[in-house]
Design a binder for this molecule. Structure first.
Ligand code: 5RP
Length: 228
């Protein structure tokens, strides 16, 4: 089974959480793109009304093209649920996110959601965070040298994420840089999340230690449900 097939199985499981009249947070990434396809099918088949709150320009454009009404993140304090992908999920449902550089808005969405539903393929499951993915950290461009220095003092090895088909670094939807930080180990993701976020110039980081309520992992004939 390919990772795309597994992602689709996870997205199919999450679609069951959608109901008529819902205002739903929608994250970013290739798994979420499959979820949006299924959302469009469900809205048409059941003639229901959905408003979506996107976590990125990429998702906003897809929703718009698909004819799904959107509400800006900046207008939302609370949502019944949000659906998003992840780069790593550990055994306690702590996550690393930010592979698509949307982690800042994704964390705002996660904080607003009463239930955060994560959809992943099985390759995303890890025993320990940091195994297959560095921790993305969104920083103010003017804080580049200072944040790199402070992150090194925390034991991390930061690399400025480079853009594809643009010279120089990636610029996020919020006008910032991303540092991808490798740590030799992450024994306490919640503590590291806090320590990164108090560095001046750090806007947010991709550690989501306690946000996920439900994780659907696509594999085999369906999706496995992991719950906090
Ligand atoms: C974007 C994210 C994505 O949810 C994460 O990178 C997973 O992406 P994909 O579904 O394409 O594997 O955090 O910032």
């Amino acid at each position: 089974m390919t990772s795309a097939e597994e992602k689709r199985l996870a997205a199919e499981a999450a679609i069951n959480h959608v109901s008529d009249g819902m205002c739903l947070g929608v994250g970013t990434g290739s798994t979420v793109e499959l979820f949006i396809e299924l959302l469009v099918e469900k809205v048409a088949a059941e003639n229901i009304s959905i408003t979506a709150v996107p976590s990125s320009y990429a998702t906003e454009l897809r929703l718009h093209d698909a004819g799904i009404a959107t509400l800006p993140l900046g207008r939302v304090t609370s949502l019944v649920c949000a659906v998003d992908g992840a780069d790593e999920v550990d055994t306690k449902l702590a996550l690393i996110k930010g592979g698509g550089a949307a982690l800042l808005r994704e964390k705002i969405l996660a904080a607003a959601a009463q239930q955060l539903i994560i959809i992943v393929d099985s390759a995303k499951l890890v025993d320990k965070l940091g195994t297959r993915m560095p921790v993305p950290v969104e920083i103010l461009p003017d804080a580049l040298a200072l944040t790199m220095d402070r992150i090194q003092k925390l034991g991390g090895s930061p690399r400025l994420r480079q853009a594809d088909r643009k010279a120089g670094p990636i610029i996020t939807d919020n006008g910032n840089f991303i540092l991808d930080v490798t740590f030799p180990q992450i024994p306490n993701p919640a503590r590291l999340e806090e320590r990164l976020n108090v560095i001046p110039g750090v806007l947010e980081n991709g550690l989501f230690p306690t946000y996920a309520d439900v994780v659907y992992v696509g594999k085999g004939k369906g999706a496995t449900l992991l719950q906090r």
